[in-house]
Design a protein around this ligand. Structure first.
Ligand SMILES: Cc1cc2nc3c(=O)[nH]c(=O)nc-3n(C[C@H](O)[C@H](O)[C@H](O)COP(=O)(O)OP(=O)(O)OC[C@H]3O[C@@H](n4cnc5c(N)ncnc54)[C@H](O)[C@@H]3O)c2cc1C
Length: 266
């Protein structure tokens, strides 16, 4: 459909990443990415390095909060996660009916701070949706591949009825494992009450060939310093390195104007 065309993609979040993943399959397409990202490039590299160098969790957190305090980041308009203390990674806006809307103006978007939990939906959960489970389910494995979804066969995956291709590559933390072992013997009892127990299906950046494993540093709530949580920023780095996209940062798209033969972007 887009062969030999220039296709513009706005932003570098997960949605943009999904679009680009599809577009790069056709090398005749020229992909132009316009991103509102205003953050200084590689601003977090030295902080990541400092955090990784600490031996214990408290010292790691201290480095993180010293950085936030030094940057005078206002906590009042921040969601309770912050990618290495960046002040512009997320914005809070009030929506209708007092809903709070979060958006991101950063390279990688909210995938810098997301939980990366991607469970397939239950059939019953979609019963009141305008789209059917059967219409969606044929795409699950494609999506799982794009966002490197990892799981293992357990009580939870049997409930969700989805065969995952990739392993986590690391075990549960000692604390989570202790808790898990305590309840695993009572699964039948829990299942009778419709409670299913297992590890969350997670999108990871666990390139097993490079042996990138979780080191249990405990900093996942602040942007994984080891880049093991899946992040579209790293994927866009890849696209750029391989010259698959033309990336322009600090470009804010205000409007699309659709003409008969082309779309103008302002
Ligand atoms: C704390 C937290 C935890 C979460 N945990 C999970 C989870 O576990 N599982 C899950 O599935 N989801 C989770 N989410 C939700 C998920 O992160 C978001 O739904 C998803 O990242 C949104 O991706 P997006 O590409 O639509 O938008 P965004 O990530 O907001 O990306 C928008 C992109 O567009 C650019 N941009 C914005 N406006 C303009 C403009 N005018 N011109 C040019 N560029 C522009 C920005 O720079 C950015 O790159 C979580 C979200 C948060 C905040």
């Amino acid at each position: 459909m887009f062969a030999n065309k220039v296709v513009g993609v706005v932003g570098s979040g997960l949605s943009s990443y999904a679009c680009v993943s599809r577009l790069v399959l056709d090398p005749s397409i020229k992909i132009v990415v316009l991103d509102n990202d205003k953050e200084a490039e590689n601003f977090s590299d030295s902080l990541k390095k400092d955090i990784k160098a600490q031996d214990n969790y408290v010292d790691r957190l201290k480095i993180f909060y010293d950085f936030i305090n030094k940057k005078k980041i206002d906590g009042s308009n921040q969601i309770n996660k912050s990618y290495f203390g960046s002040s512009i990674f997320n914005e809070e806006n009030s929506g209708k009916n007092n809903f709070k809307l979060y958006s991101s103006n950063s390279y990688g978007g909210l995938s810098n701070i997301w939980g990366a939990v991607n469970n397939t939906p239950l059939i019953e959960s979609l019963s009141s949706w305008p789209i059917k489970y059967s219409d969606l389910s044929s795409y699950f494995s494609t999506i799982a591949k794009i966002i490197n979804l990892c799981s293992e066969k357990d009580n939870m995956s049997s409930l969700l009825k989805f065969e995952y291709q990739n392993d986590y590559g690391f075990k549960l933390s000692p604390i989570a494992n202790e808790w898990y072992l305590k309840i695993i013997n009572k699964l039948d009892q829990f299942n009778k009450d419709d409670i299913f127990i297992g590890r969350s299906q997670l999108s990871l950046n666990n390139n097993l060939n490079e042996k990138k494993y979780c080191v249990e540093c405990g900093m996942c709530m602040h942007g994984c310093p080891h880049d093991i949580i899946f992040n579209s920023r790293l994927k866009f780095d890849d696209f750029k390195r391989k010259n698959q996209i033309h990336y322009y940062r600090n470009y804010q798209v205000l409007e699309f104007i659709e003409n008969k033969y082309k779309i103008n972007v302002i």
